[in-house]
Design a binder for this molecule. Structure first.
Ligand code: FAD
Length: 393
């Protein structure tokens, strides 16, 4: 069990800005994480093990496809959804990544771009956690610039034949279905999305080992060698690169909230530790000005980050959130969380590097979170393009 118990973080009565339903979602998720993930997460992280035993209980609480309507999904508002991802990531970014992929990167594209039959086939079992999904966009040679992808689909009769390699795919080897993005040769190389059942001949996955980050999450490479799928597996409403980018926007929004959870965990650990740990004249280290300055920086940035995502969430509920708003929230909040992890690690001194405390794990996880779903710098370019009108990619 952890050495320090999380107490929640709220400096400016942020809770008063939330509805009763939003607080209920936050508190229910927090309790679930406290009871089920916190006791096992350090062991999972050491072992590089995804806690698959939590999939069913998470499904029972409505975590998968939580913001979608129908098909058994919870139909949460965007702020409820964000508070849920905040609490998941307060537990671990890897577990939050799993939920983000299942929901924002697999169920969402099926919901948004799929046929009625595809929705009926996949969404109910995915909501129940009986079927798992992954999202294959990144390739060994193309990350920030997915438009360069080499994966190809060719229409042959009533089938598509897929060839290519995907890399760094969350949940790749545990997925039942992969959303694969490929250029269609017979359609002027337009990017389209396909549902590929992972037991089809020619499809294989290979896990990435030796990760120092997101160790409680499965990350895989995918290989597609002449994989035949029926034409009905094309996501019919996908239409160019903007379709996967719409999915990424969903997931980035959840990440912007999730990063606050990781920051809260680090800050609250450092605060409690600094009041207990004594150095010089038998005084707690919290009594030193330099330590207080670090705590002040963290609580200020966490508070500003909360207000930023709350506004973006309210805009999203009103159908007014633009992609650059979500970029700002993802970029700022992940950077802020990583800085909080570094400052908190520093406050704990040597204890900061041990997994008796969650800080170093969060810090290592956040390095991936800073890179995936658009790197920090790619989001700088998106915001820069929005304010100047000039594309600097
Ligand atoms: C743990 C983990 C899980 C992931 N899960 C998934 C997943 O489920 N599905 C999926 O499709 N992908 C996934 N990814 C991949 C992730 O989205 C990519 O890593 C990310 O898009 C960055 O691509 P890259 O790693 O190839 O870096 P690169 O694109 O090679 O970037 C390297 C560096 O160059 C910088 N750079 C690139 N272009 C520019 C530019 N124009 N101007 C200035 N700087 C630039 C970047 O900011 C970065 O600092 C995952 C990655 C990780 C680490």
């Amino acid at each position: 069990m952890p050495a320090i118990k999380f107490r929640g973080v709220d400096f400016i009565q942020f809770d008063s800005l939330l509805t009763e339903e939003e607080r209920l979602v936050r508190d229910t998720t927090r309790q679930f994480i406290e009871d089920n993930l916190i006791p096992i997460i350090e062991e999972c992280n050491r072992a590089g093990r995804f806690p698959r035993e939590l999939v069913k209980p998470m499904a029972d609480l409505g975590f998968f496809g939580a913001s979608l309507k129908g098909y058994g999904c919870a139909g949460m508002g965007n702020v409820e959804y964000g508070l849920m991802t905040q609490e998941l990531e307060r537990g671990d970014s890897g577990v939050r990544s799993f939920v983000s992929v299942q929901s924002g990167l697999v169920m969402y594209p099926i919901y948004e771009f799929g046929s009625d039959e595809q929705k009926e086939t996949w969404l109910p079992p995915m909501q129940k956690g009986e079927k798992l999904g992954c999202f294959g966009l990144t390739e060994p040679g193309f990350g920030s610039n997915p438009g360069g992808m080499l994966t190809r689909a060719r229409k042959v009769g009533k089938e598509y034949v897929l060839n290519g390699e995907k890399m760094w795919i969350t949940s790749g080897s545990i997925a039942d279905v992969a959303v694969i993005w490929a250029k269609v040769e017979n359609e002027n190389n337009k990017v389209r999305g396909f549902l590929v059942e992972t037991d089809r001949p020619g499809f294989s996955s290979d896990d990435v080992h030796g990760k120092w980050s997101l160790r409680a999450s499965v990350t895989s490479g995918l290989s597609l060698q002449d994989v035949h799928i029926p034409e009905s597996n094309l996501l019919p409403k996908t239409d160019g690169l903007k379709s996967p980018l719409m999915c990424l926007n969903q997931a980035r929004y959840g990440i912007a909230w999730g990063a606050i959870g990781a920051a809260m965990s680090c800050y609250d650990t450092a605060l409690q530790y600094s009041l207990l740990r004594k150095q010089w004249r038998d005084q707690p280290i919290a009594s030193h000005q330099l330590v207080q300055d670090k705590l002040t920086w963290m609580i200020s940035e966490i508070t500003k980050a909360q207000l930023l995502v709350l506004q973006v969430g309210r805009l999203k509920d009103a159908g007014k959130a633009e992609h650059q708003h979500i970029s700002m929230a993802k970029r700022n909040n992940v950077w802020m969380a990583l800085e909080c992890a570094r400052l908190s690690r520093d406050i704990l001194g040597a204890n900061g590097v041990a997994d008796d405390y969650p800080i170093m794990r969060h810090m290592m996880n956040l390095e991936s979170v800073k890179t995936y779903e658009g790197t920090h710098d790619v989001h700088s370019l998106i915001i820069g393009q929005s304010v100047t009108g000039i594309d600097a990619f």
